[in-house]
Design a protein around this ligand. Structure first.
Ligand code: ASP
Length: 328
């Protein structure tokens, strides 16, 4: 029987040094807030769905991440958010796109999943669902941070200077620019082997209004199947959706018998080699084994297992600290 595991990411991409501390803080806060939902106690069995939603909501509130408050801006200077949520038992899911003016797209995705009628809703319809199921409508611009404005200014300057802002590259080791990369995602497996995955994003800075990325697409940004595993991805959406990254990783586990780590490594590397553009993935297989891989410069990630938080952002980096801080 697998032990409960909660694994999250805070985005793959060209993350600058000055943003690392904020990301680590946000990753640990999200893990601590969500772990208590997953760990079985005398009052309640662990719940993977609540744990995933809680972790993603925590990062949506945190401006260190590109989801909810702090989401990146399109060329018109506006926020258009996307999220998806999937349960691996019955393959139930809810996906939303082009959503504005609410703090928690992941919760809107959950409400859609629970309604059971449709799987994917966009724009005004997604906003209507949000408002009719308890989300508060925020004033226009309330999700915009100074750092998101600055990122858009920089993007426009780079574009004006003739830089390639398509993020498409063909060789792994070639000098390249990645998107800033602060999308968030969570994968959890509970004691019964039930797997849930959620992913939430503002997309990429300087995207066209109306652009839809990989995050709300099943098999690209998110997938969960209790018989194989669960995956949340991050990185250059145009690349990830053309490659079907989440589905390919699960295919490598299912058909090639690879471990979660080997499958994530293989498919992230193959994606970037084949079509350029970088990305990363977090994976939990049906045995509760974890995989973490990225071809971008950095990816913030963390997981909890057996009372320890494991986390990192550089390649081959694994830091650790107790789940319950020692001074408590
Ligand atoms: N995948 C997201 C997108 O392209 C961005 C990210 O992961 O940071 O919309």
């Amino acid at each position: 029987m697998p032990r409960p595991v909660l694994l999250i990411h805070g985005g793959a991409g060209d993350i600058t040094d000055s943003r690392i501390a904020g990301k680590f803080k946000g990753i640990k806060e999200a893990l601590r807030a969500a772990w208590e939902k997953l760990e079985p106690s005398s009052n309640a069995p662990g719940n993977a769905l609540d744990a995933v939603e809680t972790a993603v909501r925590s990062m949506e509130l945190d401006e260190a991440f590109n989801a909810g408050y702090g989401a990146c801006l399109n060329t018109a200077g506006e926020v258009e958010m996307e999220a998806s949520l999937m349960e691996g038992r019955d393959l139930r899911s809810g996906c939303v796109t082009l959503l504005r003016d609410v703090m928690h797209p992941i919760t809107v995705a959950r409400r859609l999943m629970e309604r059971k009628r449709h799987v994917f809703l966009g724009g005004e319809a997604a906003l209507e669902l949000a408002l009719s199921t308890g989300s508060e409508r925020l004033p226009p611009g309330a999700l915009i941070t100074e750092s998101a404005r600055q990122a858009l200014r920089q993007f426009k300057e780079q574009q004006a200077a003739g830089a390639d802002t398509t993020y498409a590259r063909t060789e792994l080791d070639e000098a390249r620019t990645d998107p800033k990369g602060d999308t968030v995602g969570a994968v959890a497996i509970d004691l019964d082997g039930h797997i849930v995955v959620g992913t939430s994003t503002g997309g990429i800075t300087g995207k066209w209004p109306g652009r839809i990325g990989d995050t709300p697409l099943l098999g690209c940004g998110t997938y969960a199947d209790n018989t194989i595993g669960g995956v949340s991805t991050t990185g250059h959406g145009e690349t990830i959706m053309r490659y079907n990254l989440a589905q390919r990783i699960l295919g490598a586990i299912q058909h090639q018998g690879l471990s979660a780590q080997a499958a994530a490594d293989q498919e992230c590397q193959r994606m970037t080699k084949r079509i350029g553009g970088t990305g990363g993935a977090i994976v939990i297989d049906h045995n509760g084994q974890v995989g973490i891989s990225f071809t971008s410069r950095r990816m913030a990630w963390g997981y909890v297992q057996d009372g320890i938080i494991h986390y990192g952002i550089e390649h081959n980096e694994v830091l650790q600290e107790p789940l319950v801080p020692i001074n408590e």
